[in-house]
Each structure stands twice: as structure tokens, then as C-alpha cells.
Design a protein around this ligand. Sequence first.
Ligand SMILES: Nc1ncnc2c1ncn2[C@@H]1O[C@H](COP(=O)(O)OP(=O)(O)OP(=O)(O)O)[C@@H](O)[C@H]1O
Ligand code: SF4
Ligand SMILES: [Mg+2]
Length: 357
Amino acid sequence: MNAAPAHPVAAVPESAPARPPILSVDGLTVEIDGRYGAATIVDGISFHVAEGETLGVVGESGCGKSLSMMSLVGLLPNRIKVVGGSARFGGKDLIKASKRELRAIRGGEIGFVFQDPMTSLNPVMRIGEQLMEPLIYHRGMKRAEARKRAGDLLRLVGLPGAEARLDNYPHELSGGMRQRVMIAIGLACEPKLLIADEPTTALDVTIQAQIVDLVKSLKARLGMSVIWITHDLALLAGLVDRVMVLYAGTVAEDAPVDALYAEPLHPYTRGLLASIPKLTHEGDKAERLASIGGTPPEPGRRPKGCPFAPRCPARLAVCDDTMPPLLAAAGARPGHRVACHAVNGADRAIAAAEPAR
Ligand SMILES: Nc1ncnc2c1ncn2[C@@H]1O[C@H](COP(=O)(O)OP(=O)(O)OP(=O)(O)O)[C@@H](O)[C@H]1O
Ligand code: SF4
Ligand SMILES: [Mg+2]
């Protein structure tokens, strides 16, 4: 039985970004070469980031947030590779770029803050040296100048006793301090694009707020674009311009942040938003939280149709066999796209698939 679509079925083109895109990703596909053959981890995702824009990337653990971004800068682990798509940045396709070209871009024009500072920082290299390296390599600074700038950067990210910390090794710092060092390294060369992978997860809320303010002020000062990966939809509200919701390596929904909060369309996004803790006004008692039953599928075990179908409260018969395409949602805000048959209508899915045949 087909439920009536929540929005009228009509072809609404995605609106062009207001500012030129600094990064345009099209059909990015990443596979892992597993024991039982290749399995898709990131399945043809497309998105753009405009100049000076902040894109939030959300989704549960394992949905491909980190690997999709690491694939842009040539940092995929062994056995995992990009098998399709393009990523235009500064006139180049990052996917086709040589290792040498990527090394020149990484840490320079694209700063990356890794999810796990302990494995990303070199344990046998002093913090100062790790901060100075990109400044010497990308900016051609002399050692004395790079060391001074390294101290400034540590102060910028609010590390107590900044200069003295330059001679510390990573194990001499707390988890939160290491995270700040990673952020300082990501920002060292004042990149055009900062990709921050869960940069505040290990930090307490006050420091988290300071880091968010820091990135916002740098963004305003440098006109930097940012991709901010997180589990935490609540954190994104005051930070990002647009949100891309990933599920099992696919884009479930993509929208301006206020549109996504005001009118989430995908049942998965609705589930994520319903699980954010809120305080009620009556006695400031916490509400009972909703949660999404089940877990995302492992790579290689994705259902044939909509990957969210086994967990979806709005599931239709068509959902089991036909993958919903990501379409501009009719009647919704420009730039609001969603991959859901219940929202878009299955006939649009069939029409969208036709030109490809
Ligand atoms: N080195 C690896 N070897 C094998 N599989 C991996 C590896 N890294 C990630 N994967 C798998 O790829 C999928 C996507 O992983 P990814 O790290 O991109 O998820 P994520 O969305 O960043 O999750 P989290 O929120 O936990 O960081 C997961 O199913 C994960 O198990
Ligand atoms: S396509 Fe179907 S299963 Fe997937 S989210 Fe929409 S209603 Fe649910
Ligand atoms: Mg991750």
C-alpha cells in the first residue's frame, strides 16, 4: 500500500549555491576489499561546499562520514579505495590527483583535523615540531618563524602554557589538549577548506563551545570553508549553514540547517532529531528520549532497496526493492533534497532512474 507523499510530486531542480563552490563532489564511491570480495562503503555521494560555507555531516557510527572525507585527501586505510566519482577543488580533481599533488594540498589548502588525535599525532615527535612541519613545508617559513607561529597557534586554540607545550610529546598531554593540538595543526596554514572530523568529541562542553567559537571567528576572518563531521545534531545548530545526513554510505537528506531543523523530511533525520535531549520548561525535567530501533547495516550487507528500510517506521512496499534517489523535495525550501519514496513518491524515483538506462 502506498501512502500519499508528504509533498506534492513535482520536479524541482536543486538551487545553485549562492556562492561559488570551493569543493564539488560528484558520485564519490568507496569500496573495501574484504574477505568475501568488494563491499561498498560510500555509495555515489554528491555534495558541494561553497566559499565561506560550513557543511555539517551527520550520521550514526559506521555510516561513512570519516572515510568519505579521508578519500578526498588520499588518506584511506589499506584495502579501502575510491572506485568512482570526482571531487573538484581549486581546478583539480582530487580523486585523480597524484600522491605528490595531494601532499601539497593536504595541510596547506585543505586542513584536516582527525577524529583520533592519539593515532594521528606522531608519538615520538614533539608537539612543536609537528606544528612547525606544515609551516615549513607549505609556507616556506624558517624554523624560528615557524616555532613562533606554532606557539601562537597553541595560544589560539587555548592550550594552557602554550609555548612550554611545544617541547612536550603527545603522551604528556591530556586527551582534550591533544585534540586542541590537532585543531592547531589543521589551522596552521590558514586553509581554504578545513575538514574537522569529530573535533570536539573528547572535550568537555565549555571547551567544546570555545572551539566552536574559534572556528566561527576564523571562518569570518579568513573566509574559510568548513566541513564539520559529528554525531551531534544539536551542536550543528549554531555552527553550520547546511547539513548532509549520511546513512549507510548514502546521502539521506541534504538541506540548509534551519530547514532541516524546522522540517526534517527523511524518517532517519526525524529519528536523529527526536533523540536530541531537550529540557522542558515545566520544572526543567528531561523529556523521555526517542531512539531509532536497530543498527545501520554493515558494508556488504545493505538491503537491495532503501538502506534504512529495516528500521523505517514509514516503510512502503516499494522501499524493499527500489533505492530512493536524492531529489529536491517539492514544496520544501530550495536546496532541500531527500532520498525517500514516502516523501518524493515512487513515481519520481522511476522517472529519475530512466535517463540512466
Ligand atoms: N580500516 C578499516 N578497515 C575496514 N573497515 C573499515 C575501516 N575503517 C572503516 N571501516 C568501515 O567502513 C564503514 C565506514 O566507516 P567510517 O569510519 O567512515 O564511519 P564513520 O561514519 O566515520 O563512523 P564513526 O562515527 O564511528 O566515526 C564502517 O562500516 C567501518 O566499519
Ligand atoms: S524510502 Fe521507504 S524505507 Fe526508506 S526512508 Fe523512505 S519510507 Fe523509509
Ligand atoms: Mg568517523
